[in-house]
Structure formats: C-alpha cells, structure tokens
Design a binder for this molecule. Structure first.
Ligand code: ADP
Ligand code: MG
Length: 254
C-alpha cells in the first residue's frame, strides 16, 4: 500500500481512523488490511472496479456492516459492539446512497424532520426551520410539501442530502450518489456536493465521477479486491498512477 502523502495532512484533527481492518462475508475476505486516516475537512474520493469493496468499506464506518478485525475510530469514538458507541457514531456521520431511500409516504419536509424530531428530540417547529434551511441550500425549498414520487431523481437525491444534513453530521459518506441518475441530473447533485465541500465538510465519496474527483477531492483512494492499492492527490493520481491495476482502471474509465 502507498503511504499517505505528508502534504495531505491538512489538519491534525482526525475524523476517521481505520487500523488494520479486515472483514469477511462468511468465508469471503472482502476487506483486507485497511489502514486509513481521514483528517477533518478532507474530501476523499474512493474509486475502483465494481466489487472491490468500496461500499463495504464506507458501510463499515457507520456500522451498517460489521468488521471482524482491526479498529475503526470515528470522531474519537471506537466502533465496537457497544450500541451507545454505534449510536454516537451514526449521529456524527451522514450517509447518502445510490438509491435515495426517501420515505415515499412522507412529504419532503417530513422526510427531513423525522429523524431530528424522533432521534434528536428537536421540537417540530425548530426541526422544520432547520429542514427548510437545508432544502434552500440544496435549492428545492419549493418542493417541501410534495411527496418523493413527485420529484425527479436529481431532486430526490438533493432531498436525501438535505435530510442527512438536518442531523448536523460532521462527516458525510456518499455511495455512488449519482449512479442511478439520468445524465442531465448528475450535475445538480454534484453541484450540491461541491458546495458542501467548499463549506469544509469532511467527505468520503465513492463515485465514478472523475471530474468531481479532480475538482473537489484532496485525495483519491483506489481500491481493488478489498485492498487500498494506491492513494494520492488527484493530479498525481490521474497523471502518474503507480500500480498496474490503477493504470488499467483509469484506461477503462477515462
Ligand atoms: P463495490 O461497492 O466496490 O462494488 P461491494 O463492497 O459492494 O463492492 O462488494 C464487495 C464484494 O463483496 C463483492 O464481491 C460483493 O459481491 C460482495 N458482497 C457485498 N455485499 C455482500 C453481502 N452482504 N454478502 C456477501 N457478499 C457480499
Ligand atoms: Mg458499491
């Protein structure tokens, strides 16, 4: 594995620390010896072929998947089987998936206020104010009273981002947030993510949008067969890939 370049250590504050982490699905060794330190404010793009373990890795960070070996520390909290720690980590970490997973029977506003009201115990009016604030940020406040099925895919994904932000996460995980979208909707979602990055959000994004990686990421991580094969600043990563597997991948997608 390539060492993390010193120049990338943009802050001494560590958001996520993963040490020697291994995970199996039954007998299948899906993540191998993962070491990764994410500093606060970093914008990391995770790239790699389908099946390389990208989703599994980011799902381990908020305990949507269990890991069997090694340590994951998020915002100073050790991820263990202790449910209190899992709750604490999940409340710090927002996640946006390829499929938006909005509740179809709730309005856009209700989708955004549900968790703040029931999990964070925020009064309804205040939760609605916060929700409107973030719906404005993602540029769809006028959709607040509609249902998800009445919105385009790009709009639904922006709602999903706003909904995550309503929980005031310190870290955002994205798993191919634009992969299910029609081409003309990809940009509006990426623009939302760019704005979030500009505000200093710590972000880990699994994406095939290499333009986004070049524009926003301070580090690109390349995974293959459950391992971090290579990582570098985007410029170096794209112009001067080190491993043959990275070169092959880039030749296929660029
Ligand atoms: P990626 O996101 O890079 O496409 P994934 O993390 O989804 O890769 O999957 C990595 C590997 O683990 C794949 O071979 C996939 O088939 C396998 N896998 C994913 N989820 C499960 C699961 N729940 N049970 C068994 N195998 C799984
Ligand atoms: Mg995936």
């Amino acid at each position: 594995m390539t060492e993390q370049p010193a120049a990338l250590q943009i802050s001494d504050e560590i958001a996520i620390s993963i040490e020697n982490m291994n995970k199996w699905y039954g007998a299948f060794h899906v993540l191998r010896d993962i070491d990764l330190t994410v500093y606060r404010g970093e914008r990391i793009v995770i790239a790699g072929p389908s099946g390389s373990g990208k989703s599994t890795l980011i799902r381990c960070i908020n305990a949507l998947e269990e890991h069997q070996q090694g340590k994951i520390i998020v915002d100073g909290t050790l991820l263990s089987s202790d449910l209190k720690n899992i709750d604490r980590i999940r409340s710090e970490v927002g996640m946006v998936f390829q499929h938006f997973n909005l509740f179809p029977h709730l309005t856009i506003l209700e989708n955004c206020t549900l968790a703040p009201i029931w999990v964070r115990k925020i009064p309804k009016r205040e939760a609605e104010d916060i929700a409107m604030h973030f719906l404005e940020k993602v540029k769809i406040p006028e959709q607040a009273d509609k249902y998800p099925g009445q919105l385009s895919g790009g709009q639904q994904q922006r709602v999903a981002i706003a909904r995550s932000l309503c929980m005031r996460p310190r870290i955002m995980l994205f798993d191919e947030p634009t992969s299910a979208l029609d081409p003309e909707m990809i940009k509006e979602v990426l623009d939302t993510m760019v704005a979030l990055a500009e505000e200093g959000m710590t972000m880990l994004c699994v994406t095939h949008e290499m333009g986004f990686a070049r524009q926003v990421a301070n580090r690109v991580i390349f995974m293959d067969q459950g391992q971090i094969v290579e990582q570098n600043e985007p410029e170096e990563f794209f112009n001067n890939p080190q491993s043959d597997r990275t070169k092959l991948f880039l030749s296929q997608i660029l």
